[in-house]
Structures are given as structure tokens and as C-alpha cells.
Ligand binder design. Structure first.
Ligand SMILES: Nc1ncnc2c1ncn2[C@@H]1O[C@H](COP(=O)(O)OP(=O)(O)OP(=O)(O)O)[C@@H](O)[C@H]1O
Ligand SMILES: [Mg+2]
Length: 279
């Protein structure tokens, strides 16, 4: 698979020990890589570092981020600005907090479009409406006139996802994008990510502490623990034969039935046998 992103990053916050210590991985074009790890292990730090935004939180990163043949660490801020939201999109956890409560949805989408494209009002409207239907939202005037508070959380997350893929980025960073949603909406949004990735040949770094949701859409899973990638393998492989103690604990915390459905039985069978023999 053609490589889209290849990085090796270390990061720290002011006067604190390193949060990321030479975190290294690659993402292929069109690939969905799941990144799991316990709270506080540096997942969000990593996605901010990829966007070169860590300084906003008084952090700093060193290393390299090869993306489409360029090292992002060497780009000027103006070049990064042209790339953020256009070639790399970001979706965060709390959709309602990520939208401006004082602006209508249509206005916010138009701003996101105009940040990277100079076009007529008609072309802008057309792009927005097309994108809204891609993420299965209404695209009529009534919807565009709504304020964020007039939408459900699931709708708000679809708006944010639509906004993040408005310019069809090659890479989408999704940082815990479903943790604020109920289980049904969660699985709908997961399907949407998988669908968008296929449709636009878009790579996704899908960050979560929920291994099941990661497994549902990721081709490979990387496990971040204590600032390093301790395991990185194809999703089925991680379930069948988890290597690191944290990964094993994660897999063991998943109900057997779900595990059976997901991972072709091997690990689940081993657990059933173990449970049987301890009776
Ligand atoms: N602005 C900051 N200044 C100092 N330390 C920070 C700052 N932001 C995060 N940290 C610390 O860096 C570490 C990594 O934080 P980060 O938010 O990247 O973790 P995370 O894996 O995304 O966690 P979660 O799953 O809870 O979202 C944590 O120990 C956190 O306390
Ligand atoms: Mg986080």
C-alpha cells in the first residue's frame, strides 16, 4: 500500500517529562489506522503534533512527519495553514463544543469552504449541500439556518465530519469522535467514517480508548502506552494474539459475544476454554 503518512515524533509540555517518546508509525493511502491507549497516554497530543498545533497548549514536538512527500516539521506556518483543513482534517470528541454556538450552520460551513477556496456564492452553496447529503443530513435552507443548539449531538457530529471532509483531505484525524454519542448513533457514525474513507480514498487516524469501535473500522491497530507504540498489527491479529499486557487487558475486557463476532473466535475460544477449566 502506498504510504501517505510516516512519522517519528517526540513531544512534551512546558517543564514536564516527555509525553511522546519517538512514536513511530505509517499510514497507507486509504487506510484506517486505529490508535488506542489509556487516558493520558498522549493520543490527543499526537494528533495536535501532526497538525503542528501543540504550541497552542504550550507543548513542543521534535522529529519528522512525512506527509505526501514533504516533512511537515520543516514547513513554514503559512504552508501549514494552507494544509490544515484542506489536506488534513480533524474531528474532535464534543461536536457541540467544536461548533460556534452563535453562528448558523450554513455560515460556519461557508467559512470552512472559503478558508481554502475562492468561489462564487453558488459554488460554495453547491459544495455545502453536496457534502451535507454525503453525511446524510438535510441540505435545505431550514437546516442551514439552524444554530448548533437546534441540532442533536449526532447531527452536530455529522456537521463536523462534513466540515472536516469538505475539501476531501487525504488524511482525517478523528480524536475520540464517537465518545459523546449513544451506541446507535455511534455505530452510524462509524459506518459513515468507513464509507467516507472508501469513497474519497481517505486515510483515517482513528483515535479512541474503545477497542471495539476501533476494531469495527480499522485495518490496523496501533497501541500507545507510556508514550510509545507498544504494538501495531492488523486488527484481527491484535484480537487473536494481543502481545502487550495493556492490549491483552483491553481485549479481555470485551464481552465474549462481541469478540466472537469480530475476531474469528480464536482468542475468544481460548478464553472460553480457560473459563471452563477454572470451574
Ligand atoms: N497543556 C498541557 N500542559 C501540560 N500537560 C498536558 C497538557 N495537555 C496534556 N497534558 C498531559 O499530557 C499527557 C497526554 O495528554 P493527552 O491529552 O494527549 O492524552 P490522551 O491520550 O488524549 O488522553 P484522553 O484519552 O483522556 O483524551 C497527560 O498526562 C496530560 O496530563
Ligand atoms: Mg485525548
Amino acid at each position: 500500500m502506498e504510504s501517505l503518512l510516516k512519522l517519528s515524533l517526540s513531544a512534551h509540555y512546558a517543564n514536564k517529562p516527555a509525553v511522546l517518546r519517538e512514536v513511530t508509525f505509517e499510514i497507507g493511502r486509504g487506510e484506517i489506522l486505529g490508535l488506542v491507549g489509556p487516558s493520558g497516554c498522549g493520543k490527543s497530543t499526537l494528533s495536535l503534533a501532526i497538525l503542528r498545533l501543540l504550541h497552542l497548549k504550550r507543548g513542543a514536538a521534535t522529529g519528522s512527519i512525512e506527509f505526501q512527500g514533504r516533512d511537515l516539521m520543516l514547513l513554514r506556518e503559512s504552508e501549514m495553514r494552507a494544509l490544515r483543513g484542506k489536506e488534513i482534517g480533524l474531528v474532535l470528541q464534543s461536536p457541540l463544543a467544536s461548533l460556534n454556538p452563535a453562528l448558523r450552520i450554513g455560515t460556519q460551513l461557508a467559512e470552512a469552504w472559503r478558508a481554502h477556496v475562492k468561489s462564487s456564492r453558488e459554488d460554495c452553496n453547491e459544495a455545502i449541500r453536496q457534502m451535507l447529503s454525503t453525511v446524510s443530513l438535510p441540505s435545505d435552507d431550514e437546516f442551514l439556518r439552524r444554530y448548533p443548539s437546534q441540532m442533536s449531538v449526532g447531527q452536530a457530529q455529522r456537521v463536523l465530519i462534513g466540515m472536516a471532509v469538505l475539501h476531501r483531505p487525504a488524511l482525517l484525524l478523528a480524536d475520540e469522535p464517537t465518545s459523546a454519542l449513544d451506541p446507535v448513533t455511534q455505530s452510524e457514525i462509524l459506518r459513515l467514517f468507513a464509507n467516507l474513507s472508501q469513497r474519497f480514498n481517505m486515510s483515517i487516524l482513528y483515535i479512541s480508548h474503545d477497542l471495539l469501535s476501533v476494531a469495527a473500522i480499522s485495518h490496523r491497530v496501533a497501541v500507545l502506552s507510556a508514550g510509545q507504540i507498544v504494538e501495531c498489527a492488523e486488527t484481527a491479529q491484535v484480537f487473536r494474539n494481543p502481545q502487550h499486557p495493556y492490549t491483552r487487558a483491553l481485549v479481555d475486557s470485551i464481552p465474549l459475544q462481541a469478540l466472537n463476532e469480530l475476531a474469528g473466535n480464536q482468542h475468544a475460544t481460548a478464553r472460553t476454554a480457560a473459563a471452563g477449566s477454572s470451574k
